[in-house]
Design a protein around this ligand. Structure first.
Ligand code: TC6
Ligand code: NDP
Length: 246
């Protein structure tokens, strides 16, 4: 995500809890595009004080912050009846509360300065379909969907746009963790009308569009990029089992 946004011309602060991961991203961008495009700032999105410090440092490093991408997430597969209160909280605090902490911190700065900006939240199609086996993450993403629409409408008159992308499965992070097995992955691909996984840079380009002035009249919207997965393959899923015409 960060590397592709830099390729498209952005200067980016990457943030998360793990310094080594962030440093590796910055090193990769430096090697490809030269120094000064990407910077690392550690933060924990669950902690408003940490987010405030991150936003301040990002402003120092970039001069001005024009956009925010809420990408942090966490999940583990679990039967709903076995999920503990702490397990539910652990995920919701990252996804829903974390998105709120980052969005409110950055947007308040824009509103106080009388300037606009763009927020893009990372959703998934199961924000509206639901996702048995990950009730914590699906509930939190559903909350982020409502937040996207609410703040999109509430702040658009101030030039602060809030939108979201809903990617399908990408061969990174969460997907490697949930569908690392080649046979499981192939079943997943078979269910996607486009017949392949989403490339991370395709998600980044959709994010870049929503961050850009080209999307200046796009408010509270969700751009779904899942190769038609949430629409299903319909009858084609069963083509081999359907009776022939003769
Ligand atoms: C679908 C494809 C799309 C992908 C979308 C993505 O979001 S990809 C992003 C994918 N990336 C990631 O997910 C990033 C890596 N994931 C993580 O960092 C963790 O999974 C985290 C989200 C729980 C956060 O950790 P943390 O340090 O805040 O939490 P903690 O360790 O202190 O535990 C708190 C509570 O949760 C309980 N609990 C935990 N695991 C399990 C389990 N397997 N089973 C049952 N329960 C589990 C644990 O027992 C405890 O409850 P208890 O016992 O006190 O009642
Ligand atoms: N992978 C996929 O196929 C899909 C992903 N998505 C969404 O795209 C986004 C990225 O997914 P993916 O790349 O797979 O996820 P990863 O697990 O690879 O990345 C999640 C990121 O969140 C950061 N993070 C987790 N907890 C915190 C925290 N408390 N504070 C700050 N940062 C945190 C992690 O860094 P660290 O642990 O160092 O803090 C990590 O960089 C997520 O929002 C996900 O829901 C949507 C649809 C499909």
């Amino acid at each position: 995500m960060a590397a592709e946004l830099c390729r498209l011309g952005a200067r980016v602060v990457v943030s998360g809890r793990t310094k080594d991961t962030l440093d590796a991203t910055v090193e990769a961008v430096d090697a490809e595009l030269g120094p000064g495009r990407a910077f690392a700032v550690t933060a924990d999105v669950r902690d408003p004080a940490s987010v405030e410090a991150m936003a301040g440092r990002a402003t120092e490093l970039l001069g001005a912050v024009d956009g925010l991408v809420n990408n942090a997430s966490g999940l583990f597969p679990v039967k709903a009846e076995e999920l503990t209160p702490n397990g539910f909280d652990a995920v919701v605090r990252i996804v829903l509360n974390g998105t709120w902490h980052c969005t409110s911190e950055v947007a308040r700065r824009w509103l106080a300065a009388g300037r606009g900006g763009a927020v893009v939240n990372l959703l998934t199609p199961y924000a509206w379909t639901g996702a048995p086996g990950i009730v914590h993450n699906a509930s939190a993403k559903g909350g982020v969907l409502a937040m996207t629409r609410t703040l999109g409408a509430e702040w658009s008159g101030h030039g602060v746009r809030v939108n979201a992308v809903a990617p399908g499965w990408m061969p990174v992070g969460g997907t490697d963790f949930l569908a690392g097995d080649p046979a499981v992955r192939q079943r997943l691909i078979d269910a996607i009308p486009a017949g392949r996984l989403l490339k991370p840079e395709e998600t980044a380009r959709a994010v870049a569009y929503l961050l850009s002035d080209d999307a200046s009249y796009v408010v509270g919207e969700v751009l779904t990029i899942d190769g038609g997965h949430h629409l299903s393959k319909g009858l084609y899923e069963f083509t081999d089992e359907l009776p022939g015409r003769s």
